[in-house]
Ligand binder design. Structure first.
Ligand SMILES: [Zn+2]
Length: 402
């Protein structure tokens, strides 16, 4: 049976807000969208806004039990953050990965999220629930600079991909400082062959550039200290070459991009039909003190999406809070920020056919927001700090409140 949900406004995200709008749901899918009079059984949700479920395109849910962001040790820089975060995760969630992931998914549902792009370091099929929580596209992380590590990484990736349906799988070559050029090529070839999207952490820190350009610096010290720097030194790809390579996959998202140089920016522009940049403002500020050049990327026609990253570097898993960080700094309008966590975020992880907008035939993945403010800008009302997430629906059923 069909049911119609009516709201103060519906924000379909592929057209203007519909004041007095409604969405009709049948069999878990959207079957009609309109405004004013609706036929059939109608639930009036009252003074709320109805939006597509938010998409958080970049998380590390394994970190979800870390109570607050881990500061880099020593202060300043990614090379100091990585060992501190790994130690905190070990301490907070030893043998509790599945529990941390579930907790992160529940927190995401409460934040209005219905789809996540998740980075997994262990076999995803073992720890990710599939019902009663947001949908997932799980990117299996791979890294390796020495031959033994590379072999292990590839074997475990193949096991993971055998168990995951292609519609919810992806590959994440970790970062330019942790993936040898030959492994990068193998991973992207595999992604292209299987039609999978890729996600790469890119240009996150200055130290990354030092290592790639000179083979020295804080990352070299870190990698040597953990026995991960082989002899002879591995061939690494520049950020620009990563963009060209990864864009051989059907979709490639580059996370952070805080320290983009001109050649890398130009490659992103050239490949903008496949490339997206995922910005995680609060993480970028904590770790490197710098957010990607969002205005320039948007002006160049590049898809920019908004993610939270994991709880090792962000205080919560709320895309709405990330958007406020971006808006406060004048880097996005409320309308742009909402696009970054709906349509652009879905596109960044290759899920644009099922998520990111309210349209007929799509799963009824929706979020109901109650704004305290009533201005002429509905997008601004949706993103005001006082706005509350009332309900999150997946296929028309509430996943929050549970
Ligand atoms: Zn990340």
């Amino acid at each position: 049976m069909a049911v119609t949900l009516r709201a103060r406004a519906v924000l379909p995200m592929h057209g203007p807000p519909l004041d007095g709008g409604w969405v009709r749901i049948k069999g878990g899918r959207v079957v009609a969208v309109g405004r004013r009079r609706a036929a059939g059984p109608t639930i009036d949700l009252g003074d709320v806004l109805l939006l597509p479920g938010l998409v958080n395109p970049h998380t590390h849910l394994e970190f979800s039990k870390i109570p607050k962001p881990v500061p880099p040790q020593p202060p300043g820089g990614l090379a100091g953050w990585i060992p501190a975060a790994v130690a905190a995760r070990r301490h907070a969630a030893r043998d509790e990965t599945a529990q941390a992931i579930l907790s992160g998914l529940q927190e995401s549902a409460a934040a209005g999220v219905t789809l996540l792009g998740e980075i997994a370091t262990a076999d995803p099929a073992l720890s990710y629930p599939t019902h009663g929580v947001p949908r997932l596209r799980v990117f299996r992380e791979c890294l390796g600079l020495g031959e033994r590590r590379i072999e292990q990484s590839l074997a475990s990736l193949r096991r993971s991909l055998d168990r995951l349906p292609a519609s919810s799988a992806g590959i994440s070559p970790h970062a330019p400082y942790s993936v040898k050029a030959s492994l990068a090529a193998t991973l992207v070839k595999l992604a292209a062959k299987q039609g999978l999207p890729v996600v790469v952490h890119l240009a996150e820190s200055r130290e990354e550039q030092d290592l790639i350009e000179q083979g020295t610096g804080a990352f070299r010290d870190l990698l040597e200290s953990i026995g991960a720097w082989p002899s002879p030194p591995p061939q690494l790809l520049s950020a620009a070459d990563w963009v060209s390579l990864a864009c051989r996959a059907p979709r490639a998202a580059f996370v952070h991009a805080s320290f983009l140089d001109r050649p890398t920016f130009d490659r992103l522009v050239r490949h903008r039909d496949r490339a997206a940049v995922i910005v995680c403002p609060r993480t970028a500020l904590l770790i490197s003190g710098r957010i990607a050049p969002v205005r320039e990327l948007l002006a160049a026609g590049i898809h920019v999406a908004l993610g939270t990253d994991g709880r090792g570097s962000a205080p919560d898993l709320s895309p709405l809070r990330e958007a406020q960080a971006l808006i406060d700094r004048g880097l996005a309008s409320p309308q742009e920020a909402l696009k970054m966590m709906t349509t652009s975020a879905a596109w960044a992880i290759g899920c644009e056919r099922i998520a990111g907008r309210i349209a007929c035939g799509r799963p009824a993945d929706l979020v109901v927001l109650r704004p305290a403010e009533h201005s002429t800008d509905t997008y601004a009302d949706a993103l005001a700090p006082s706005t509350q997430v009332v309900m999150t629906l997946r296929s028309g059923r509430p996943i929050h409140p549970a």
